[in-house]
Each structure stands twice: as C-alpha cells, then as structure tokens.
Ligand binder design. Structure first.
Ligand SMILES: *Cc1c(COP(=O)(O)O)cnc(C)c1O
Length: 457
C-alpha cells in the first residue's frame, strides 16, 4: 500500500457514541414473527405462561412486536464500555490480496474474553435477572462461547450461573470449561444424571456425547427445580436479536461518519442472533422502504436450516419442554454431523429471521467446511485476526462476493460480521491442516426422516 487512504483502516466510535437504545426490527415488520406456542396445549404463550421459565423483563422484550427503540439501561451501557464500541475495519489487505474492486468492511465482535458477540446479550439477560432479585440463571452451551459470556456477566453482577455443556465439547474444550469456572460458573457435562431428561436420554442412548437440544432441556429443568433461578438462552429468541442490534447500530454509525453505504451485508447464522443484530438497522430501512440492501445468511452445508429446512412449528429442544417456535428447522431430532463450527449446529433458526427469509427480504447460502477453513486461513494471513470457524462462514461468502466483483468489475461495498476469535478451535484448524476435514452433507432421505417427526399441530 503506497497511498494514504481516505477511509481509515479502523473506524472508531467514542464512548458517547455507544448507542443509547437497542433497535427492535419487529416494530417495522409487516408480518411479525409467529408467537411461541405451549407444547402441551398448542396455544400461544403470553407473559404469565412464560414467567416460570424466563425473567420478567426479558419476556416483555420477547413479546414486544411494536416498540422500535428500547433504552439500554445505564448499568448495561457501562459494562458495554469495557469492550465497546467495537471498531469497524476496512479489509484493505484482503481486498489487495483478492485484487478486487469491491470494498470490504467487517465488524469484529471478538474483542472480549468470551471471544464473541454473545456477551452483548449475556450482560443484558444477567442484568434483568439481577433486577428481578433472582439468585442465579441456568443455561446450555455447545462450543462454549455462550457459557463463557454468561459466566462473565454473572460474575460481574454477583449472580450464580449453572451451565450445561454438551458433553463432547466439555471433553474436547477443557480450556473453555476452565474459563467458565474462573468466572465462578458451575459446568456440568450434558446429558447428566442431575435431571430427569438427562437420565432418560442416557438410558435410551448410553454413551451419547450430547447435543445442544438436550442441554437446553436439562438447563430448563434445573431452573424449574431451583427457586430463584430462571433459564436464559444465547440465541434464537427475539430478545437476543434485540440486544445484538448493538452490532448493527454501531456498524451503521461508523459507516454514516464516512458516508459509506453497504450493498451486501453478510453474517453467519447459527440461531441467527449476530446476523439479526448486524442487519437490524439496515433491515429497518429496507422494511420502511427507505433503502434497499442485499442480506445474506451463511450456514454450514452440514446443518442447513434455512436453505434446506421447512418453515414450521418445532420444538426448540430435544426434551420438548421449551415452547414451540415457528422457524426454519431441520427437525429437533436432527443431529448434525461433526462440524467444527459448534455455534452453527442448531437445528432451528430465529423466528424473526425465519419470517424475513420467508418474506423474501433476506437470502441464505450454505457452505462446506473445508471451503470455510480455506477462507479462514487466507483471512488470518492477510488481516491478522484468527477467526472463529463460525465467523469464517461469513468470510467465505464475503470473499466469494468480492471475487464476483473482480469478474464483473463492480465496486460493491460489502459488510460482514466477524463474530469471534478461533483460539479455542485449534483442534479444528489442526484437522484442516492435516487434510483430515470432511464435508458431510445430509441426504434428502435423512432430512425427510427428521421432518416426519415434527410436531403435528
Ligand atoms: C454462537 C456463535 C455464532 C452463532 O450464533 P448466532 O446466534 O447465529 O449468532 C457465530 N459466531 C460465534 C463466534 C459464536 O460464538
């Protein structure tokens, strides 16, 4: 690079520019996401129905389809200031490497100990639990990012935190487990003998290494058994999308400073929270007819809920104790193959994003994991940051779009979400480097077998 750039490598916002309110996309959606249903009766669940499981204020946020801006309490803003505003980065080195006329920007969310965007919602959820006078919260964690984030938030506020960690991750990622314990959380491998559902699953599938859906059922059961505890969830729910809107609000504020307007906005999609947060203010403009953008959700080919799933009411967990959600789903009995992007291995998708996708407001693509790791490695070498496997799904499609621009000569502006760092994923990188990584794609027959077990309403 020889010339001074007129757009900086990193666009920083000051503390005062940290958003004062979250933005609720649902307020601008013509077709609202479908309500959660009671799994026993099939009836929509209201505030009172959800109170035994979730925190009161979070239920209000969950059910609020009308308020566009919800103020961020000062205590949460103060916590955010320990690691936010997160800068927006121009990927000049990646552009140069690709020799593309495209302009690539990314919003990095891995700049905190938990290593991902999950802390944005963890602190909000822990705050409302504390405000309600609760003793603690329970949750599940797959790869471990959410559990880590929640442990940090609970430590800060003095809340107890019980984490049910999918057994294979518990064994494969002992460092994640120890980070959680450092922040005072108790971590139990799931399925466990602590709960009725855990015991049942262990009896039916001895030797199982667990799944996210099973860990959710255990965490919900434990919250119900312990007075003063509620269950919290790190993705999928409307309230989580709301808290994650901080990502998009900051990205947009940074872009507005320099008059930058993205053409394409890309994010990886597990339960949908980072993508929902990144696109929120831009989608708001699209929904209000003010400006058009292209939005792309990227998911693993091994767990393709948007691209190959069905839009239907389904269980959120294996034990069917959670409310039913209408979403793109592969069926709650679907067990994705061993994919290294643990955070993208959920069978369903946020009901909000599912509705936007059903209405044609957003696109989705699925990518194979070896292609994802090729993109991850290229990115690490030129931009310096070691990306999480999950985030690298977005990098893959950002690179693909930039290469299309190289062919067509179009100077598109691309924004993607870099959700986290990959320090705890070196086992996956090792597999990739040793040429031992495979791309398992489920067959139509396997998916059909799982769809056949969807709840009949
Ligand atoms: C959890 C996680 C994701 C996926 O979750 P979403 O709710 O879809 O955002 C993506 N990247 C990282 C680093 C994660 O930890």
């Amino acid at each position: 690079m020889t010339t001074e750039k007129n757009i900086p490598y990193k666009i920083y916002l000051s503390e005062n520019e940290l958003p004062h309110a979250w933005y609720n996309m649902r307020a601008d959606m013509k077709n609202k996401p479908a309500p959660l249903l009671n799994p026993a009766t099939g009836e929509p669940m209201g505030y009172e129905d959800l109170r035994p499981v979730f925190c009161d204020e979070l239920i209000r946020q969950e059910l609020d389809n009308d308020t566009a801006y919800i103020p961020i309490p000062q205590e949460i803003r103060d916590f955010y200031k320990m690691y936010r505003p997160a800068p927006l980065t121009r990927a000049y080195c990646l552009e140069e490497k690709l020799q593309t006329p495209a302009k690539i920007y990314y919003k990095f969310e891995g700049n905190n100990t938990s290593g991902s965007h999950k802390l944005n919602s963890a602190i909000a959820q822990a705050y409302y639990a504390k405000q309600q006078g609760l003793k603690g919260v329970t949750t599940e964690t797959g790869a471990g990012q959410w559990g880590t984030a929640l442990s940090m938030a609970c430590a800060y506020l003095g809340l107890d935190c019980k984490v049910y960690m999918v057994k294979c991750s518990y064994e494969q990622k002992p460092f994640r487990r120890e980070v959680m314990r450092t922040y005072g959380a108790s971590v139990t491998p799931s399925p466990s003998m602590d709960t009725a559902i855990g015991r049942k699953i262990l009896e039916e599938h001895p030797g199982t290494t667990g799944s996210l859906g099973c860990a959710i059922s255990e965490a919900v059961e434990v919250a119900g058994q312990n007075p003063g505890y509620r269950y919290v969830l790190g993705s999928v729910l409307n309230q989580v999308m709301l808290h994650q809107s901080i990502i998009g609000l900051e990205a947009k504020a940074a872009m507005d400073k320099y008059g930058i307007v993205p053409d394409i906005i890309i994010g990886c999609a597990g339960g949908g929270s980072n993508l929902g947060g990144l696109i929120a203010p831009f989608m708001g403009e699209k929904l209000r007819g003010e400006r058009d953008y292209q939005f792309i959700a990227v998911e693993p080919a091994s767990c393709p809920s948007l691209t190959r799933g069905v839009f239907a009411y389904d269980y959120c967990d294996t034990g069917a104790v959670c409310p039913l959600a209408k979403m793109y789903t592969l069926g709650s009995s679907f067990i994705p193959s061993a994919n290294h992007a643990g955070g993208l291995r959920y069978h369903g998708m946020s009901p909000t994003l599912s509705q936007l996708y059903a209405d044609g407001l957003m696109e989705a693509r699925s990518v194979e994991q070896t292609k994802v790791f090729e993109a991850a490695e290229l990115f690490a070498r030129v931009e310096g940051t070691l990306p999480a496997p999950e985030s690298s799904h977005a990098i893959r499609v950002a690179i693909d779009e930039a290469l299309k621009c190289k062919e067509s000569g179009e100077e598109k502006t691309i924004l993607f979400g870099l959700t986290g760092t990959g320090y705890f994923d070196m086992y996956a990188y090792e597999k990739f480097h040793n040429g031992e990584m495979s791309d398992y794609i489920p067959t139509d027959e396997e998916l059909a077998a799982s769809f056949a077990k969807l709840p009949q309403l």
